[in-house]
Each structure stands twice: as structure tokens, then as C-alpha cells.
Write a protein that binds this ligand. Structure first.
Ligand code: SF4
Ligand code: SF4
Length: 184
């Protein structure tokens, strides 16, 4: 069998490569562009996208956070810190609350850990700063005037206050069963 010289094989391969490249360009030449112009066009993000964190309020307008430190304990990068205090009526609150967004990895574990639904991640992600110190958010930057994803939940009315009134009068509690009424 007569072998083709190497230069012939290489030239053939190069020509085939050139042809394939040009055909690929031609195929895409008349297709509509798929480029999304950011920030003119902003792709709608799912509601559960995890980005900037907020501290929410309960339906009565009170701060939900009771400074229990669970979010700080759950945070894998230790970027949450706070100081807790107790009001005259016994309700706890965070005197100050700080999140270092330069360290936050937006994992959502703080939101999972929070028993009061106070801390929540939102889809808003456009808050980067070249100066990392400006990425440290204080409570005034985090606290909002609404309930976030779950507007109805009021932790303090369910578990944060002592039982008042008789049996069956607490929120979400069923009236006690009258055993005698079950008798035939
Ligand atoms: S999202 Fe994750 S890293 Fe960021 S504060 Fe919450 S627990 Fe920490
Ligand atoms: S945000 Fe939630 S988990 Fe964190 S301290 Fe406040 S109540 Fe506790």
C-alpha cells in the first residue's frame, strides 16, 4: 500500500478544519443574538434567590429578631455579630446587629436557623463595593419595615410570651376537650 506523504495528510486536515470553522460561522451568522445587555436588561430572578440579607418585622411592626445568636452560630464564615438586650416587658431585641457582606457566602444557613423568620435573604445582589469596609452592614442598613417572605408570622405571639388567659385562649391553641361530652 502506498502511504500518503505527511504534508498531504496535514494539508487535508487543515482544509477540513478551515471548512468546519467557516460553516460554523455561517450557521450562526443569521441567528438572532442571545446576548442579554446588562444592566439595561435584568433577568428576572427566582423569588428564592439568595443575595442581600434583611432583618424583617412582624405584623405588629415590632422587630422580629430576639438576639438569640442562632444565625451567628450557624454562619459558616462567622460574619454575623450582635448584642442582645431585654426590654422592660421581657421581650428581647438586638441592640446592634452587624453583617460583614464581604465575608458572607450567601449560603442561607442563617435564614434556616432563625426561629423568628427575622433574617431573610433577598434576590437583590447589586450592592458590591470596591471598599470592603463599606460592605459591613449595620442594623439600620438591614432592618426593613415589612415581613419579607412570610408577612403573617408572629413568633412572639406564639412562643415568645408567657401564657396569658385560660386554657384554649392562646393564639393557635385549641379549646380543651370536655371529656364528659364524649360520653354516650
Ligand atoms: S448567608 Fe451564610 S454566610 Fe451569609 S450571613 Fe447567612 S449563614 Fe453567614
Ligand atoms: S436574626 Fe433570627 S437567628 Fe439571628 S439572632 Fe435574630 S432571631 Fe436569632
Amino acid at each position: 500500500m502506498v502511504e500518503r506523504p505527511d504534508w498531504l495528510t496535514f494539508s487535508w486536515a487543515a482544509l477540513r478544519g478551515l471548512w468546519a470553522g467557516h460553516m460554523m460561522v455561517l450557521r450562526h451568522l443569521f441567528r438572532p443574538a442571545v446576548t442579554e445587555e446588562y444592566p439595561e436588561y435584568q433577568r428576572p430572578l427566582p423569588a428564592r434567590t439568595r443575595a442581600r440579607i434583611i432583618l424583617t418585622r412582624d405584623p405588629e411592626g415590632e422587630e422580629r429578631c430576639v438576639a438569640c445568636f442562632l444565625c451567628a452560630a450557624a454562619c459558616p464564615v462567622s460574619c454575623i455579630s450582635m448584642a442582645g438586650e431585654e426590654r422592660a416587658d421581657g421581650r428581647r431585641w438586638a441592640r446592634w446587629f452587624r453583617i460583614n457582606f464581604a465575608r458572607c457566602i450567601y449560603c442561607g444557613l442563617c435564614e434556616e436557623a432563625c426561629p423568628t423568620l427575622a433574617i431573610q435573604l433577598t434576590p437583590f445582589f447589586e450592592f458590591c463595593e470596591p471598599d470592603l469596609l463599606r460592605m459591613v452592614a449595620e442594623k439600620k442598613d438591614l432592618l426593613v419595615d415589612h415581613g419579607g417572605k412570610n408577612k403573617e408570622y408572629n413568633f412572639y405571639r406564639r412562643a415568645g410570651v408567657d401564657m396569658v388567659g385560660g386554657k384554649g385562649t392562646h393564639i393557635g391553641e385549641a379549646q380543651p376537650v370536655n371529656l364528659k361530652s364524649n360520653m354516650p
